[in-house]
Design a protein around this ligand. Sequence first.
Ligand code: 6PG
Length: 299
Amino acid sequence: MVMVSRDQRYSGRGQRIVATYADYSSLSLATAALVVDEACKAVGARGRFSLALTGGSTPEATYRFLATAPFSESMPWESTEVLWTDERCVSPEDPRSNERMAREALLDHVPVQSERVHPIRCAAGEGARPGSHTADAAVVARACAQEYDALLSSHFPVRSDPAEPDPERACGGAVGALDLVLLGLGADGHTASLFPDSKALREKRTAAAVFVEGAANATTTAGDRDLWRVTMTASFINRAACVLFLASGGAKAGVVREVLQGSGDSKRLPARLIDPVGTLRWHLDEEAAALLDSVGERN
Ligand code: 6PG
């Protein structure tokens, strides 16, 4: 792997790596292999591994690879904690639920212990429907964000601020941080549920509730608009040992270039807030990488 040397905007705390793969399938295969590798290293070093899954469609093939041999058999599931970067406030059966996608593609097929799986359950009765900007949905989403903050803070206690690298971690990361965070990238520059101009971008706690308005986020799909969500914050994600962005397809080429090589600020391009204490990787396919000046490794 080659370090990104042209991109001066990252802090340079940990390694910054951009890898490009021929297509979506090879990107997903390489990502599954990396998850297993990071898991085995973390369990070897500290006896446990924490993984934050992301939503959207891009990680689905990675999850399906992880659910099948040889990946499923090499993963230390008994020592793995599973969390989500963010969730739409819909029921876990809803087609828009990130939990549902991860369970169907991965978790229902592997021997992960249920007490180690921590979904974000933020749906109010009425909040499960699009267009439900009701006080109820807001109250439930905010209460859920508080509960998620409490869970994350107890599992991953902040021992220093600003986050200091943990000398016990080979690949970097702050003391008490997540081992691996998977992230997607929206065409508007959002990642997790950190949307342009959102107050959540400045949140210092580990989790926040966010209302995603249709008009403000025209690039999100219709079913995703006017919906409450709960998200990990950038300040928490940035404590991680390793953060991995996945982007596939020509529709992402423009925003990938803007985030990696443009000059837009992080208020407009929230993905630019992600600058972890540990390693930052990007896995792109050729189409998503098409507009980048040549950096990183081609696989
Ligand atoms: C979600 C996400 C979101 C997603 C991007 C990319 O719940 O939708 O966490 O940040 O990763 O919108 O989505 P795609 O992978 O579908 O392009």
